[in-house]
Unconditional design. Structure first.
Length: 401
């Protein structure tokens, strides 16, 4: 019987596992390390967050991104974007350094049992556990606009479906969305030789400004403080005091999780994007259908004007939605019985990330409606791992071994 089974081996799962191992818990970690980053992000992408705010978490605090980069002779400087490939390599290094063992097995079911859980894997193993932490990343929560659901895979995809965009060279590709994923995907498509365009409901694109120097006067720092999610007091609250966000009314937290830090492109992407990608703003996707040579997209403006374009392929860069219903691996009797935040689609969690089902913990995107927007970013892994493992220890102390 394991004290803790961690399902998922991305930044959150690895950070939780590092804290669990240091605490001496009998631990099992299941999943492909850094799978979302290794398998679902195109080569050539960069982190939007600053390197110093992109650390995985271990209790010693010395397995940082800057420490990894220093050991490899790589730059990790404020104001200079870090490539996704280097960050992925850092995550793999962290796993080797801080996590004793990772089983690259797919979890097919998490079932309740007396005094704990049974975790089933695709390899046919059934693992008993006293507690379980679900750190499944974002891939179960891919969001696609409903009009695109009727299209076959060859005509439509999500931005997370592509590790290699070179297959679109010479093709006409339309990207739906206005955030970093949409803008960077479109820029990379254009650089790969595709004819790329962006369609967005917004009436303008938002671009982040170049980050301010870390070394500033006290007055400027007080007016516009640095934090893990950028600068400014709202971002400081979201990133530095998630425990305080959790104390807000449920409806407020759900709204903040859905709307704070809205779609925007990184400052370093703007020139690349604007030099190679046309944009159709203020247009909502009404319908999509196969057409000769590709896809017909029917669009509408807020004023009711209608138009249509044809393209060979459409990429939905429309993000991820936290929704328990998209976790089929969680036994239905458990999932249906979980208390939700504001009666919505995300689990209600206590201050140590434990759900209303004793011993079942969550990490990552599903916790954003409880703890705020930082849970959508790597930066939230440190707060999560420390609190969650203390919750596991408290739960184990209540149960007979």
């Amino acid at each position: 019987m394991y004290d803790l089974v961690v399902v998922g081996a991305g930044p959150y799962g690895l950070s939780i596992a590092a804290h669990a191992a240091a605490a001496g818990l009998r631990l099992r970690v299941l999943g492909r390390p850094m799978a979302s980053w290794r398998d679902h992000m195109p080569g050539g992408m960069f982190l939007k967050s600053e390197p110093w705010s992109s650390n995985l978490s271990d209790p010693r605090g010395d397995r940082t991104l800057s420490a990894y980069c220093a050991s490899r002779g790589l730059p990790a400087e404020h104001g200079n974007p870090m490539s996704i490939d280097h960050f992925t390599d850092y995550g793999m290094w962290f796993a080797e350094q801080a996590v004793p063992r990772i089983d690259e097995q797919t979890v097919t079911a998490v079932r309740p049992r007396r005094q704990g859980f049974l975790v089933d894997t695709g390899d046919g193993e059934t693992i008993p556990a006293r507690t379980v932490a679900l750190a499944v990343g974002v891939m179960p929560f891919v969001h696609r606009p409903e009009p695109l659901e009727v299209l076959p895979d060859g005509l439509a995809s999500h931005s997370s479906d592509h590790r290699d965009l070179s297959r679109f060279k010479g093709k006409d590709v339309t990207v739906i969305g206005a955030g970093q994923a949409a803008l960077e995907t479109a820029a990379l498509l254009a650089e790969e030789g595709a004819t790329a365009r962006v369609i967005a409901r917004a009436d303008r694109l938002n671009w982040n400004t170049r980050p301010q120097p870390l070394d500033r006067s006290v007055l400027r720092s007080l007016r516009d403080p640095h934090c893990g999610l950028g600068t400014g007091w709202p971002s400081w609250v979201w990133s530095e005091v998630p425990w305080a966000v959790r104390r807000l009314p449920a409806a407020t937290r759900v709204r903040i999780a859905a709307t704070a830090l809205g779609p925007a492109g990184a400052w370093w992407l703007r020139d690349r994007f604007e030099s190679g990608v046309p944009v159709l703003l203020g247009h909502r996707l009404r319908a999509a259908s196969p057409a000769a040579g590709g896809v017909r997209l029917d669009l509408a403006t807020p004023a009711g004007a209608r138009t249509a374009i044809e393209t060979e392929h459409v990429v939905a860069a429309t993000g991820f939605v936290p929704d328990l219903a998209r976790l089929p691996l969680l036994d239905r009797t458990v999932s249906d019985g979980l208390s939700r935040v504001g009666g919505g689609r995300a689990p209600r969690l206590n201050s140590r990330f434990e759900s209303s089902h004793p011993g079942l913990f969550f990490a990552g995107l599903l916790t954003a409606p409880s703890f705020g927007p930082s849970m959508r970013f790597v930066y939230g892994a440190g707060f999560t791992a420390d609190r969650l493992i203390r919750g596991v220890q408290r739960r184990l102390a209540r149960r007979p071994h």
